[in-house]
Ligand binder design. Structure first.
Ligand SMILES: [Zn+2]
Length: 134
């Protein structure tokens, strides 16, 4: 197996995790890792079904404290999982967006921001030679 840290091709088996995942160790950089590296399950005590339930509850609008109370997990566990999922989703989104070939961009979602900023621009006095924004 290839080492994800240094790219060395001869990472070998190095026992199992307490959850039963195969652990690998790189003979070049001595890092240990599992096949769940770079996923939401890496070094997590949550099972995939629990991760799915927590993220689905969050996407449906449940509060983090509510999810923690219902799932029986701590608030920090739930918040950490949601944050890691958000970062992972943002990274995947950014990779996909860069590969989109387009000449035009429609930015309808930006109008509330523009409207808000238009109201927050300070008006200049008419004595400065310009008419203020209206
Ligand atoms: Zn390595």
């Amino acid at each position: 197996m290839e080492c994800p840290f240094c790219g060395h091709l001869k990472a070998h088996k190095h026992g199992c995790t307490p959850k039963g995942h195969q652990r690998f160790k790189c003979s070049k950089c001595n890092h240990t890792f599992t096949d769940t590296l770079d996923t939401l399950y890496y070094r997590s005590q949550l099972c995939p079904e629990e991760v799915h339930t927590i993220l689905q509850s969050h996407s449906e609008g449940s509060s983090l404290r509510g999810i923690a109370r219902i799932s029986g997990r701590s608030f920090n566990t739930v918040a950490s999982l949601v944050q890691r999922a958000a970062i992972k989703g943002q990274m995947m989104h950014n990779q996909e967006i860069q590969s989109v070939d387009t000449d035009e961009v429609v930015a309808d979602e930006m109008w509330p921001v523009v409207q808000k900023n238009r109201n927050s621009v300070p008006l200049r006095k008419s004595s400065e030679g310009t008419a203020g924004l209206q």
